[in-house]
Design a protein around this ligand. Structure first.
Ligand code: 1CP
Length: 324
């Protein structure tokens, strides 16, 4: 999860060369380079494509800006007529650049290193499209969905359709695994969760399974708590990314014998702290997950303050502790 980024000096250097963050995402040579940087340094078992969940609205025609030191900024959607002009057809030129990055990566990565493609889940992407930025409570999107459920459904449908094409293109270009990031799944009550998280994710997973046999899809419904079980059962995901508050062993026990792989969930802040507490926690997670289908990962994105040497320690400890 977010292996690349500002914690690495080589990333900061390439990012400065690229100019803007979106230029970095849309320049295949540079996007491939920053994807490979953490793989060269640490030899992870999987690489995640360098891109962003907000490339989807950007490619559809809602321009996205990343101001230095700030999060993303979009022209917020206030009503259904504001997204009438967005179209899946418009995405081609920009998506093609991402697919080219994937192609380069599949060529440059060692055969044994899996390449993870991804997109944001429709709900989470819609929250940015409606708020125009990141927010604590996703209030604008939640209110939009209550006040105009039909209009909101149209936006979600547009995102489902576009995300299927986007993910499918990544698989055709060489992605081995896909991940759907639903960072704000936790802000919805159950009825809304069913409509805006479960149903759209289920449609994407079904389409990918139909088109690309054997390509696993991992879901990350961050903050979903008890509803994460429901999410796995209903969406048909092959893997479940656990956030820092979701115990992976509970997830594994709930789906024992059902071929659901569990991913997670080290606290990214423990990776900043490092040292003995990090080593102890890695040991604990590995012990609890022993014998279960498990991918060691963080519970959320790596933070810029992370000392790169702590990541090297982590990889060593995970490898030592999971020699099976
Ligand atoms: O490691 C990698 O190479 C992965 C590439 C990657 C991924 C998977 C990036 C690059 N972004 C993402 C996903 C993403 N982007 C999510 C879902 C996962 C999560 O919750 O972390 C979300 C919510 C975003 C949106 C986004 N992009 C934010 C958060 C905004 C907010 O406050 O709500 C931010 C800050 C970005 C910028 C961004 N994207 C990626 C990086 C490395 C950065 C930081 C910019 C930089 O360091 O130059």
């Amino acid at each position: 999860m977010r292996q690349a980024g500002r914690y690495l000096p080589e990333y900061r250097e390439t990012r400065a060369k690229a100019g803007g963050f979106l230029d970095l995402c849309y320049t295949p040579a540079l996007a491939a380079e920053v994807t490979l940087q953490p793989i060269r340094r640490y030899g992870f078992d999987a690489a995640i494509l360098f891109a962003d969940i907000l490339l989807v609205p950007d490619a559809m025609g809602q321009s996205v800006r990343f101001a230095e030191g700030e999060g993303p900024l979009l022209d917020p959607i206030r009503s259904a007529k504001d997204f009438a002009c967005l179209s899946p057809a418009a995405t081609r030129p920009k998506f093609e650049r991402v697919f080219e990055t994937v192609q380069r990566l599949r060529q440059d990565l060692p055969d044994e290193t899996a390449l993870i493609g991804f997109c944001g889940a429709p709900w989470t992407v819609a929250t940015y499209m409606i708020e125009g930025r990141g927010s604590k409570d996703q209030a604008a999107a939640r209110l939009f969905a209550y006040r105009d459920p039909e209009g909101f459904q149209k936006l979600i449908d547009l995102l489902v359709e576009t995300s299927i094409e986007y993910l499918s293109g990544q698989v055709r270009a060489g992605a081995d695994v896909l991940q759907i990031f639903d960072t704000w799944a936790g802000s919805l009550p159950d009825d809304q969760f069913e409509k805006w998280v479960i149903a759209p994710t289920q449609r994407i997973v079904e389409a990918i399974h139909e088109r690309h046999k054997g390509v696993p899809v991992i879901g990350f419904p961050r903050g979903a708590q008890g509803s994460a079980l429901w999410y796995v059962a209903e969406t048909g995901v092959d893997g479940i990314g656990c956030d820092t508050a979701t115990p992976p062993y509970m997830m594994a026990e709930a789906f024992e014998g059902e071929k659901v792989v569990v991913q997670g969930n080290l606290d990214p802040l423990l990776l900043v702290a490092g040292g003995e507490p990090l080593e102890a926690r890695v040991g604990e997670i590995l012990e609890l997950m022993e014998g279960k289908p498990f991918i060691f990962n963080l519970g959320h994105g790596i933070v810029p303050e992370t000392p790169p040497e702590h990541v090297a320690d982590l990889v060593r400890w995970v490898r030592q502790g999971s020699r099976a």
